[in-house]
Design a protein around this ligand. Structure first.
Ligand SMILES: CC(C)(COP(=O)(O)OP(=O)(O)OC[C@H]1O[C@@H](n2cnc3c(N)ncnc32)[C@H](O)[C@@H]1OP(=O)(O)O)[C@@H](O)C(=O)NCCC(=O)NCCS
Length: 172
């Protein structure tokens, strides 16, 4: 569990914890407040029931009853992983929560000996692109017109973060 201090007026801080299936209900409002196509509690419940899906949630330290600050969900298959979604509630954005959630996912994947982490992001999503680039993600693909936005269609960028583990072939 990691503490994450940040400096708003109330001096709240978050801890990053492993997501459990029971958290599904808390993810719905955060997702609905940050994405145009919200996912239901059943969607989250089903995903969190998959053996290969894992995630982390940012909870306010010392106040478990409060709405969580954000969460990340990912899937690991063999040695390749993908970010399924990440969302930080608007009032807690730009305070380091998203970075801490991604950092927790990356640490989990290093420990699991994963080699690559993929994600897809709207080319117009500047905050997410800045976050991913700051974490070392590189663009490896582009699907033009993938997302429908209020002002037309935009491309999905596929990004990859190399996790540095290599098969040695030595059989050790
Ligand atoms: C993308 C998102 C998860 C980032 O979460 P966050 O908690 O606000 O991000 P952080 O505060 O940890 O920011 C980490 C870095 O990301 C970049 N970043 C984040 N928000 C940014 C913004 N609005 N503008 C520019 N850069 C931004 C910066 O590099 C930042 O580091 P800095 O603050 O030291 O400059 C959040 O904006 C969000 O939930 N957006 C809506 C949902 C979404 O788009 N998810 C991604 C789908 S692919």
């Amino acid at each position: 569990m990691m503490g994450l201090p940040f400096d708003n007026l109330r001096q709240r801080s978050f801890v990053i914890e492993t997501l459990a299936r029971e958290d599904a209900t808390h993810l719905v409002p955060i997702h609905a407040g940050t994405f145009r196509q919200p996912w239901s509690e059943d969607d989250f419940h089903a995903l969190l029931g998959e053996a290969n899906v894992f995630g982390f949630i940012a909870r306010e330290e010392g106040n478990r009853a409060a709405q969580p600050g954000g969460f990340v969900l990912a899937r690991l298959v063999l040695d390749e992983a993908e970010i399924l979604t990440i969302a930080v509630a608007p009032q807690f954005q730009r305070k380091g929560v998203g970075h801490a959630l991604m950092d927790a996912a990356l640490r989990h994947l290093y420990n699991a000996r994963a080699t690559m982490l993929f994600l897809e992001v709207d080319e117009l999503n500047a905050p997410a692109l800045a976050l991913y680039r700051s974490l070392g993600f590189k663009q490896v693909g582009k699907r033009p017109g993938y997302y429908e936005t209020p002002s037309g269609r935009s491309a999905a960028l596929t990004m990859r973060r190399d996790l540095g583990h290599r098969e040695t072939g030595s059989g050790r």
